[in-house]
Design a binder for this molecule. Structure first.
Ligand code: AGV
Ligand code: CA
Length: 312
């Protein structure tokens, strides 16, 4: 059976690779794509998305909508630059023009419109902040009924998150930190949430052996694309730093194509929307239910991503 999927991403290397992967899944009908300028700049991220659809979308027509949402806590500029590098890849620019359509409405309205016009329920894949979903729910509460579930890369229940910023205590994950109020608003809905939090993404850092595997198979165009993308970001070599790259969003997307790659359990949680812990997700009996992805079959995951990327 075909699964309707709507993707909202924020233009990072692993966001754009996630879009590429969704386009390779036989049982996924990608109904639309929203791009939010959180961990990216909007223009190159929207261009890169459309070029990926053109080059790797197997002739499918998918509309891309640019978001006009703004965050509370800005991402570091050097991370946001990555979308420029992907957009400029010769592999995506051979053709010299773009065919994939750009929507004439902002991403949160595009989400509403797409959910309403899609006959069956849709799985939402959010691999950046939840701002566009929070705005869509505020404007059109009826869409809750059209959402199968939300799969979100965000949050953590570990003591240490991945935010290292002044005036913050370090307990949050970045997608939650960018717009903590949006996360709170989505928590207040009754949407089913699968949470791909740092518990599981910490198990899939970018490492040199993975890069080497992709390099050695670069004859294949899809695997070359993975290699080119992951050449732009720092791998884990000696020890982890604030800029070490993980396959956060790619793991999230892979769970949509293959649930067997991870283990989940239900927990109850709240979100802090202000103060020194803003963006922190915390276990609490008074919280709402989320399905926490807490473990990954690492080798199977990398194997799945590599094979899905193979074009030949
Ligand atoms: O917190 C993880 C999220 C994911 O959606 N993003 C990157 C992924 O796209 C923010 C982020 C945290 N640490 C980063 C990030 C880093 N070292 N480089 C770039 N982005
Ligand atoms: Ca992201």
């Amino acid at each position: 059976m075909m699964k309707n999927v709507y993707l909202n991403h924020d233009g990072g290397v692993d966001d754009l690779v996630s879009l590429f992967l969704l386009l390779q899944m036989d049982d996924v009908e990608l109904t639309g794509v929203g791009v939010i300028p959180a961990d990216c700049y909007l223009e190159p991220a929207a261009y890169a998305s459309r070029k990926i659809i053109d080059r790797f979308g197997h002739g499918k027509s998918v509309e891309v909508a640019a978001s006009n949402s703004r965050g509370v806590n800005a991402f570091p500029k050097d991370w946001r630059m990555h979308a420029f590098y992907v957009d400029a890849l010769p592999l995506l620019n051979e053709k010299g023009n773009i065919d994939a359509p750009l929507a004439s409405i902002p991403a949160h309205e595009h989400l509403i419109q797409t959910l309403r016009k899609t006959e069956n329920p849709t799985t939402l894949v959010f691999i950046g902040p939840l701002t566009d979903l929070a705005r869509a729910l505020a404007e059109a509460p009826d869409i809750e009924g059209k959402i199968e579930k939300l799969v979100w890369m965000g949050g953590t229940f570990l003591e240490v998150g991945n935010v290292e910023e002044p005036e913050h205590d370090g307990t949050a994950e970045w997608n939650a930190f960018w717009d903590p109020e949006a996360a709170k608003r989505v928590w207040d809905s009754s949407i089913v949430i699968d949470l791909v939090a740092l518990e599981s993404t910490n198990m899939v850092p970018l490492t040199l052996d993975v890069r080497q595997k992709w390099a050695s198979q670069r004859e294949d165009l899809g695997i070359d694309f993975l290699g080119q993308c992951y050449a732009m970001v720092p791998p884990l070599v000696h020890n982890q730093t604030n800029s070490t790259y993980f396959l956060w969003d790619v793991l999230t997307t892979a769970t949509v194509g293959n649930e067997g790659l991870v283990k989940k359990r239900t927990v109850k949680s709240i979100v802090h929307d202000s103060g020194v812990s803003q963006g922190r997700t915390e276990l609490s009996e008074n919280g709402r239910k989320v399905n926490l992805v807490y473990e990954v079959y690492r080798d199977e995951f990398f194997e799945y991503v590599t094979e899905l990327s193979r074009q030949g």
